[in-house]
Design a protein around this ligand. Structure first.
Ligand SMILES: NC(=O)c1ccc[n+]([C@@H]2O[C@H](COP(=O)([O-])OP(=O)(O)OC[C@H]3O[C@@H](n4cnc5c(N)ncnc54)[C@H](O)[C@@H]3O)[C@@H](O)[C@H]2O)c1
Length: 455
């Protein structure tokens, strides 16, 4: 396959041989105390920064605040305005960032300001598309949280707005900017695991907050919450604080486990493999435990067929998400190839390679003797079986790198990896998982031209 010529594999093996030989001399390659384990430090060179970039936050909840804290760590950035539909969040924003911060319930007031260069959109999912499109058309660069859109039909409008305005638009699956994902991409290209044939990932949690039972503020009421705006692009309903603050559990606003969590794994996988996505999506699951009126399952399994493409041979993906998981309590992504596997996180990659040893089969040994091949029982030096690539101490992480990439593209007129097309290709299979689960059937998708295939 195009992504895996034999020369690539040889290149990887040669590279690792040299690196292993360098263990004693390089400060970035560490000898480990564990037998047959290779450890290499990953490091990031700081990007240069020039012009000041003024940002505004739209959706000042949990992730919006976190994104803003991260964005402001990048030199020469300033927060000038914040927008939210709940007064408590606006007060908290001013308490955190100063009384001078302009605040509003109306995002269009933010977009009308001349001093705003870029906006962070961290509202619930059902507002991503409209605010993104309006923001780009108002001349703002956009950092929009994942998933890029709430429904499969909404992607093309975001792509069109980005193409027509030329604004930088980046989706917030921060893993794609991490050292760990970058290293995995390079290792796959070098043939480190041979030909990719299978990938798997999961998210596992077991706590009320992990399962989206967030606290509802005591002062939540139609006076403090702009409920009418919140539901203005979806079904009309009377004020409901549970729906507003636990929006992830309801289909009008959230995108379930797949849109919320699988989308991160799709983003990483597509970045590492250069894939456009799967062409067959099938999901199953159920609501097993968190029966609090939610409309989405708390256990979800998805299987995905990735067709042959210019970038890779066909492979299969299996994802699962379990909010009633009493054991694992974590997340992971693994790529499995013909010659090894990689466990990938934001700041590390653990590579395991097949061990190649001589057979001890007596028939095989007899045949080898007959063929004149010497068979000796002398022990040999074995190459490392496991390699760990870990970020240097002090690494600021994928979220910081993601904002650096966003601001660098704004400053240099460059490009970002996770643009509208990438964001749509990551969101689509996640959203189609929900459709598959709800309709109880496999869904066919053309990942290259980004269209549903009608059966
Ligand atoms: N990248 C990540 O790792 C990550 C992690 C968590 C959440 N997220 C994403 O961030 C987004 C926000 O999630 P969250 O956990 O912060 O939710 P949240 O409920 O804590 O915050 C959302 C905020 O948006 C406000 N809001 C709702 N509609 C609005 C509108 N039309 N205009 C302005 N403000 C509005 C709400 O009042 C609330 O304060 C979601 O899309 C979610 O998927 C991403």
């Amino acid at each position: 396959m195009e992504n895996l010529p034999a020369s690539s594999r040889r290149k990887f093996i040669k590279k690792m041989g040299l690196a292993t030989a360098a263990v004693a001399t390089s400060s970035h390659v560490l000898a480990s105390t564990t037998k047959n384990v290779y450890v290499e430090k990953l490091k990031r060179t700081p990007a240069s920064v020039n012009d000041k970039i003024n940002i505004a936050l739209i959706g000042a909840g949990g992730m919006g605040v976190q994104d803003t804290i991260t964005a402001l760590q990048v030199p020469n950035t300033k927060l000038v305005a914040a927008c939210d539909l709940y007064d408590g969040r606006l007060k908290e924003a001013q308490a955190k960032w100063g009384k001078d911060l302009f605040i509003s319930r109306h995002y269009k007031e933010i977009l009308n300001r001349n001093d705003v260069d870029a906006v962070i959109i961290a509202t619930p999912d059902h507002w991503h598309q409209q605010i993104s499109v309006d923001a780009m058309r108002a001349g703002k660069h956009v950092y929009c949280e994942k998933p890029m859109v709430h429904d499969i039909t909404e992607g093309p409008a975001v792509i069109k707005a980005q193409t027509e305005t030329g604004k930088i638009f980046q989706v917030g699956s921060q893993s794609v900017s991490s050292l760990g994902n970058e290293k995995a991409k390079a290792l796959l290209k070098d043939g480190a695991i041979g030909q990719l044939n299978y990938a798997e990932g999961f998210w596992a949690r077991h706590s009320p907050i992990g399962a989206w039972q967030y606290l509802i503020p005591a002062d939540a009421s139609p006076a403090t919450v702009d409920w009418e705006t919140f539901i203005s692009n979806t079904h009309k309903r009377p004020f409901d604080a549970t729906r507003f603050f636990r929006w992830r559990n309801y289909l009008d606003y959230g995108t379930g486990m797949a849109g919320d969590l699988f989308v991160h794994l799709f983003s990483s996988l597509h970045f590492i493999t250069n894939s456009f996505g799967p062409n067959k999506i099938y999901a199953s699951g159920g609501l097993r435990y968190w029966k609090d009126g939610r409309e989405v399952p708390d256990v979800l399994l998805g299987t995905f067929d990735y067709p042959e493409s210019k970038a890779h041979a066909p492979f299969n993906l299996s994802l699962r998400c379990n909010f009633v998981d009493g054991t694992s309590g974590t997340t992971y992504l693994k790529l499995v190839g013909s010659e090894g596997s990689m466990d990938i996180t934001w700041d590390s990659v653990t590579l395991k390679r097949n061990k190649t040893t001589d057979s001890d089969d007596p028939f095989y040994i007899e045949q080898m003797k007959k063929a004149g091949t010497p068979v000796t029982d002398r022990k040999r030096i074995l190459p490392p079986e496991e390699y760990t690539f870990a970020a240097e101490k002090g690494y600021k992480g994928g979220p910081y790198d993601h904002f650096v990439n966003f601001f660098t593209a704004i400053r240099n007129g460059g490009k970002v990896t996770e643009d509208a097309v990438f964001g749509y290709r990551a969101a689509a299979p996640a959203l189609l998982c929900n459709d598959s689960y709800n309709q109880d059937k496999a869904i066919l998708w053309n990942p290259e031209n980004m269209q549903l295939i009608k059966k």
